[in-house]
Write a protein that binds this ligand. Structure first.
Ligand SMILES: [Zn+2]
Ligand SMILES: [Zn+2]
Length: 305
């Protein structure tokens, strides 16, 4: 299995357009040791031919251009066989609307995420220019489904959705009731049986998530915030990490501590918010996660399992 990080940042990217926090400002001025990152999208392939996008962020056009394996191989062609959504947040889905140039798309999502994107969305009509422009395939918790081809005999990658503690996207808050299909992680396996546990967003860690992560060959996990009050303390935003359904990395109840006992060879934090101190390559927090065997994902990083 090939894994290419196209974008490692959380919503807003790094730097974020309206943010002058020490990280964003320092990155612009060149006074912090850090690299810019685009919003969370990851490309996966089981055969180095067909690719699956794990989420589809607002910077998808530039992300495709950044990776020659995703370039067209004919006058009208794309090696992107499918797009798998783990939630309905705009940093995970907005790129779909950018892929509107009369090209058939296959999108896998829970029914809740599909409805949230399609229902009452006039902009979605740009993906209904011809019959069959988008084929939706459904993710159901616990049910393995082929990713890069609907025919299991031809697919090279398969995914089993795992519900994660989450919440509706900000633009749907108060409009749709919360349910356990709002956010999922995926256990992706290839034909030789190598497994990637991908949880780019997670408000907590359930027993089912732990079971999915244990023994995986690689783990991609929510690295949005280091601490609960990362936005509230410097008065950037009146919300705590828990309000945004992101489990912080640090602290006794953070992901670093809670996942410490699970044996996984490759562990990456993705979906990193621009305020997170792990973005600074010389920070104490960065040293802590690296000492615990984690990699802080960056755009362009590749892993072969
Ligand atoms: Zn997000
Ligand atoms: Zn910032």
């Amino acid at each position: 299995m090939l894994i290419r990080i196209l974008g490692a940042a959380a919503g807003g990217g790094f730097p974020q357009w309206n943010c002058g926090c020490p990280n964003c400002g320092g990155l612009r001025r060149g006074t912090v040791r850090a690299k810019p990152r685009s919003q969370v999208t990851i490309a996966l392939s089981g055969d180095a031919d067909r690719w699956v996008l794990l989420n589809c962020g607002p910077e998808i056009r530039a992300q495709i251009e950044s990776f020659p394996a995703l370039w067209p191989r004919a006058a009208r062609h794309s090696p992107i066989a499918a797009i798998a959504l783990t939630c309905g947040d705009l940093d995970h889905t907005l790129g779909l609307l950018s892929l509107r140039e009369n090209h058939p798309l296959t999108v896998l999502a829970t029914e809740t995420v599909r409805q949230g994107f399609v229902d009452g969305n006039a902009l979605y009509r740009t993906l209904e220019r011809f019959p069959g422009q988008v084929t939706w395939r459904r993710f159901v918790a616990g049910l393995e489904t082929p990713l890069d081809d609907p025919d299991p005999a031809r697919a090279a990658l398969f995914a089993t959705p795992v519900p994660v503690p989450g919440k509706p996207p900000v633009h749907l808050e108060g409009r749709v009731p919360p349910n356990d299909e709002q956010a999922i992680g995926l256990v992706v396996r290839d034909r030789p049986g190598r497994r990637l546990a991908a949880f780019p967003g997670a408000g907590g860690i359930t027993a089912a998530m732990r079971a999915a992560i244990a023994g995986a060959d690689a783990l991609i996990f929510d690295g949005t915030f280091w601490s609960e009050d990362e936005l509230a303390r410097p008065k950037l935003m009146d919300k705590r990490a828990a309000d945004m359904a992101h489990l912080p990395i640090g602290g006794p109840d953070g992901s670093l501590a809670l996942l410490a006992d699970l044996a996984v060879t490759r562990k990456l934090f993705v979906h990193i918010n621009n305020t997170n101190p792990i973005l600074r390559e010389d920070s104490a927090e960065r040293a802590r996660v690296e000492a615990a065997g984690w990699t802080v994902a960056e755009d362009g990083m590749e892993i072969a399992l």
